[in-house]
Design a protein around this ligand. Structure first.
Ligand code: PGA
Length: 241
């Protein structure tokens, strides 16, 4: 195996049951603990106990109780989930998730031994106005200031520029490298952590993965649309073979 990069597939709400069953067949050949698949929650039981890890796309801020429609970190853990996407920009935008909520979700995950994949990223206007680093710094500080060093050490950071998600547009290789290094610097300097993993996400596909592979500051990828088809297998081949 070429490297230990983490490759996370975020299947969002793209598939119905029939498509999910076809997809399970496709990914059944994966034997790699660095590959994480995050299906729609009701399909989680189909995905656990295979040759890849499983992540949940969202979890509740509460531990347990009267929270209609929610899934707790403990419930996910019991099922065999090992990662949780937290603070995805779609959750922030459509479900009004705030840093306070994201903080609680990260705490709930860590309490049960689920590794949070903490998504951060700037909107297009911030990018155009040169505010990327400020936005990221705020997003990181608003959450990490309330966590211990040990808790922060278990977080995987995912840099996903909002304007790159599902648009087919990505930042340049140099921009991703610079921002990933900035995220590491913010965390290392502010919270005295020795090193943290940073994933990149946003319009990753066959046409750009080889280019992304040359970015030294990136420790893996968060892949949406391209993770839902055979393209995912081809992307994994580029990363791992
Ligand atoms: P995309 O999504 O690969 O479809 O751009 C990435 C994500 O939202 O995590």
């Amino acid at each position: 195996m070429k490297n230990n990069k983490l490759v996370v597939g975020n299947l969002k709400m793209y598939m119905d049951k029939e498509a999910t069953i076809r997809y399970l067949n496709l990914v059944s050949k994966i034997e790699n603990p660095n590959v994480v698949i995050c299906p729609t929650s009701i399909y989680l039981p189909y995905f656990v106990n295979h040759g890849y890890q499983v992540g949940i796309q969202n979890i509740a801020t509460a531990k347990f109780g009267a929270y209609t429609g929610e899934i707790s970190a403990m419930q996910a853990k019991e099922l065999g989930v090992s990662y949780a996407l937290i603070g995805h920009s779609e959750r922030r935008e459509y479900f009004h998730e705030t840093s306070d909520m994201i903080l609680e979700k990260i705490k709930r995950s860590l309490e049960v031994g689920i590794r949070p994949i903490f998504c951060i990223g700037e909107a297009l206007d911030d990018y155009k106005n040169g505010k990327t680093k400020d936005v990221l710094k705020d997003q990181i500080r608003e959450v990490c200031e309330h966590l211990t060093k040990e808790q922060i050490e278990h977080i995987i950071f995912a840099y996903e520029p909002v304007w790159a998600i599902g648009t087919g547009i990505t930042p340049t290789k140099e921009e991703i490298d610079e921002i990933a290094s900035e995220i590491k610097k913010i965390v290392v300097e502010n919270f005295r952590i020795s090193m943290i993993p940073v994933l990149y996400g946003g319009s990753i596909k066959e046409a750009n993965i080889a280019n992304l592979e040359s970015i030294t500051n990136i420790d893996g990828y968060l892949i949406g649309k391209a993770a839902t088809t055979e393209e995912f297998i081809r992307l994994l081949e580029v990363v791992y073979i």
